[in-house]
Design a protein around this ligand. Structure first.
Ligand code: SRM
Ligand code: SF4
Length: 572
């Protein structure tokens, strides 16, 4: 067990790093294909993870021994997922020129480049900044990408939510100049040629050791929780009256990561704390961040997220502390809460005479294969129509600002490149998500993104046989218990536990407001769908009207599900 008074090793690295510099510059100047270990912790704040190809770990290198093939993942921070066509093209170019020829649209509306060699990292980061984007604070113990509904709607509510998203991103950005020095400074003149420069350096919000752990914020609407607000450390749920946002209900302490061997860890949905008017939202966010900064656990990283602080000290204590840092009392939450969820797939009017199209990207992976050419389709759409490109929290893409006369053309480009229109995708596949997992994720214990498509094939066959193919429910898979595809509040969560084996969680809610419970542990990959089929039969027979699969599982409970699983095994 960690000594409660002793800072964990990452705290020491941060405190000795001189505001995120460490010896990254020295490493960049050297020939090694990897960074020194302490620097790999600091690189996360710069938006980069050092990884190695898990597929080739067992292969022997020239020395006769197995050698890790190191490369870097960079994550571009994209507040509210809003990109221009030019910014998307820059990332497509980068993945082709310096990466593994794929892009990953993430579950938090960001983009990841994979397999960048250390020698190319600076070029990649500079080029991302050249198109006015950044990787700074995409990862690390700071506020990360702020999520917000990506629908490009012109109404006052969405405009205000986008304003708050950008304001939070700016307000909570690290102030250290290390990022500019390391990645953007012109080497010949020593000048910062792109951005930043000149200002005195301090971290007024974070201090020299930043936060005890990662910190995540989302902004959502009661009728559309497409960003899964309750899984964030801090959530702002818009309170709307007469079409105007009069304020936000502030939710605190959500987070999903668990470590099964560490008994004190658990997934948690955020708790409702207070109501704040739009003009005070950044100040309240800062106060919340400072409470976590000063009281979060800095000895044990496994229990350092803010959810553990709130579980330990209670929401009343937490709110009182926030009020101290904020400098005054906060109002109570209004009754407004989440009641809807829209994945924004298909055609919609924007409210300004233009349209957007939600394009479902299976597990967020953009690639070109012989029969499916995601990159080529997007390049052609960008060249022909110059749309906005908004990333959803469901790993998909909204193509925005499309004129009525171009709708047909957009669909034909999608089809020409072998891609299905969102309307042609089965409901179960459309609502599914998988995290990256193997071969790049260093924490994966088993497959996720590479196997979910074939699990979906099986789901499609069985659900259509049972006449349940139009039921909307979420199936989310991860390659370990960290929960990157948010499996714990899905109707069906499949969480990698060991090689080829998954813990099955049932009873979460499509709306994101309830956690599922473990139904079965260590289910082999090939048994996942067969385990569920008798439960689908039971669902068909015993559901109440309009009840979702998650609601049904939650209502009847595991014991009854297990009984029905036997009873309906032969029918299934
Ligand atoms: Fe995650 C760690 C990928 C969303 C909880 N996550 C990782 C790392 C960086 C592995 C590592 O630490 O070495 C993964 C990189 C894999 C790779 O090869 O790219 C990784 N996480 C992802 C992404 C790319 C999954 C995806 O397929 O989309 C998502 C990137 C989001 C982004 O753009 O910022 C991603 N991760 C999430 C989410 C979902 C969310 O935030 O909405 C969660 C659950 C919510 C939460 O934070 O609790 C999540 N990731 C974790 C955790 C567990 C944290 C914890 O509190 O215990 C880890 C491990 C850690 O931090 O130690 C982790
Ligand atoms: Fe990796 Fe686990 Fe996150 Fe999947 S859930 S990306 S396996 S850390």
């Amino acid at each position: 067990m960690a000594d409660e008074n002793k800072p964990n090793p990452v705290e020491i690295i941060k405190s000795e790093s001189s505001l995120l510099r460490g010896t990254i510059a020295e490493d960049l100047a050297g020939d090694s294909t990897q960074f020194a270990k302490p620097n790999t912790q600091l690189l996360k704040f710069h938006g980069t993870y050092q990884q190695d190809d898990r597929d080739s770990r067992s292969k022997k290198g020239p020395s006769g021994k197995s050698e890790k093939q190191f490369s870097m993942m960079t994550r571009t921070r994209i507040p509210g997922g809003r990109l221009t066509a030019e910014q998307l093209i820059a990332h497509l170019d980068l993945c082709d020129q310096l990466g593994n020829a794929t892009l990953k649209c993430t579950t938090r509306q960001a983009i990841q480049l994979h397999c960048i060699l250390k020698k190319d990292l600076k070029t990649a980061i500079r080029r991302i900044n050249e198109v006015q984007l950044s990787t700074l604070a995409a990862c690390g113990d700071v506020n990360r990408n702020v999520m917000c509904c990506p629908a490009p709607l012109a109404d006052a509510t969405h405009v205000e939510m986008r304003r708050l998203t950008d304001a939070l991103k700016d307000h909570l950005a690290p102030r250290s100049k290390a990022y500019y020095e390391l990645w953007l400074r012109d080497e010949e003149t020593g000048e910062e040629t792109l951005v930043g420069g000149g200002k005195p350096e301090e971290e007024p919000i974070y201090g020299p050791t930043y936060l005890p752990r990662k910190f995540k914020i989302a902004v959502a609407l009661p009728e559309d929780n497409c960003v899964d607000i309750y899984t964030n450390d801090l959530g702002f749920l818009a309170v709307v009256r007469d079409g105007q946002v009069i304020g936000y209900n502030v939710l605190v302490g959500g987070g999903l990561g668990t470590t099964p061997s560490a008994k004190k860890t658990f997934p948690a949905l955020a708790k409702r704390m207070a109501f704040v008017t739009p003009d005070k939202a950044c100040a309240v966010a800062e106060a919340v961040v400072k409470v976590q900064r000063d009281h979060g656990n800095r000895s044990d990283r496994k229990t350092a997220r803010m959810k553990y602080l709130i579980a330990d000290r209670g929401i009343e204590w937490f709110r009182a502390e926030v009020e101290k840092y904020y400098g005054g009392p906060l109002q109570d939450c209004t009754d407004d809460d989440v009641y809807g969820f829209d994945d924004h797939m298909g055609w919609f009017e924007q409210g300004d005479g233009l349209f957007f199209y939600g394009l479902n990207v299976e597990n967020g992976r953009l690639y070109d294969s012989e029969d499916r050419r995601w990159k080529s389709a997007l390049r052609e759409i960008c060249a022909e129509m110059n749309p906005g490109v908004h990333l959803t929290a469901h790993q998909s893409i909204l193509l925005t600002n499309i004129r009525a006369e171009d709708k047909q053309k957009l669909e034909s480009i999608i089809k020409k490149h072998g891609l299905p229109l969102s309307e042609e995708i089965s409901t179960v596949r459309r609502w599914s998500m998988a995290c990256v997992a193997l071969p790049t994720c260093g924490l994966a214990v088993t497959e996720s993104e590479r196997v979910l498509p074939s699990v979906m094939d099986q789901f499609e066959v069985e659900l259509s046989r049972l006449g349940l193919d139009s039921e909307a429910f979420t199936v989310r898979m991860t390659g370990c218990p960290n929960g990157c595809a948010r499996p714990y509040n899905a109707d069906i969560g499949l969480v990698g536990k060991a090689k080829g084996k998954y813990t099955m969680f049932l009873g979460g809610k499509l709306l994101g407001t309830r956690l599922g419970k473990i139904y079965k542990d260590m289910v082999p990959l090939e048994d996942l769908v067969p385990t569920l089929v008798p439960l689908f039969v039971a669902f068909k027979q015993h559901r109440t009207e309009a009840e979702t699969f998650g609601d049904f599982c939650d209502r009847v409970g595991n014991e009854q599900l297990a009984k029905w699983s036997e009873e309906y095994a032969s029918v299934a």
